[in-house]
Design a protein. Structure first.
Ligand SMILES: [Fe+2]
Length: 232
């Protein structure tokens, strides 16, 4: 914050001659208390279940490979952030920002994907249920819309449910890769990974079977918490 300056009015009868240096009085401003949270490097939280806990829907091998990729995105995001901080020219900054968008979006979406997976069956929370009912008419209708969004993903990408903070409503998105077709205002609360690494071993060329199996693994309390945070 800049210190306040008290300027002298040059047009009053009592103004000093112009040859006299203008004195600017600085009013000291007390330093504000630091309310910023502690900075944290991106890390992949540990899985909340054993590798094989989601079988037969998702095999232990698929989970192991996929979680390793998640860790790679965390590492890549850290590197991209450092490159962004140290870029010295426009070209290196462009490259660093591109890497940051790809690695960072991959990191954030995988974090959501794994946090919202569980071998324990759960139901949508009260807030999620209300939002789904208002937007789609009910869970079954929402499920159909979400699967249509999953089918609309061309190549590697994600089907995402998010909260739009300006329209105050749920919205679906089909992201290409991690970062393309991104709606900047959308706050993801549920994400289905449609990259082949997420399902190919278990569902080769059977994407619909994959998303139906995934549906039963959704950990709805995570969705509810994210929706509450988005609305707050
Ligand atoms: Fe993935």
């Amino acid at each position: 914050m800049y210190p306040r300056r008290r300027h002298m009015n040059l047009h009053t009868p009592n103004s000093p001659p112009l040859s006299t240096p203008i004195i600017t009085q600085l009013t000291p401003v007390p330093s504000a208390p630091n309310v910023l949270p502690v900075q944290q490097a991106p890390t992949a939280p540990p899985l909340g279940f054993p590798d094989n806990a989601l079988e037969p829907a998702l095999s232990a091998q698929t989970i192991r490979i996929h979680y390793q990729l998640f860790q790679n995105y965390a590492t890549g995001f850290n590197a991209a952030l450092q490159e962004t901080a140290s870029a010295k020219d426009e070209s290196s900054m462009q490259q660093a920002l591109r890497a940051s968008a790809f690695q960072g979006s991959g990191y954030a979406l995988h974090k959501l994907y794994f946090a919202a997976l569980s071998p324990q069956p759960s139901q949508p929370g009260m807030l999620t249920m209300q939002a789904i009912a208002r937007q789609y008419g009910g869970v079954t209708a929402f499920q159909n819309r979400f699967f249509l969004a999953a089918a609309a993903v061309e190549g590697p990408g994600w089907a995402v449910l998010g909260w739009h903070p300006e329209l105050h409503e749920l919205q679906l998105a089909a992201l290409s890769k991690h970062q393309d077709s991104h709606i900047a205002t959308l706050m993801p609360i549920l994400a289905l990974d449609m990259w082949e690494h997420a399902y190919w071993l278990d569902y080769p060329a059977q994407k619909a079977d994959y998303w139906h199996a995934w549906w039963n693994l959704i950990y709805w309390p995570e969705v509810e918490n994210r929706l509450m945070a988005a609305i707050a």
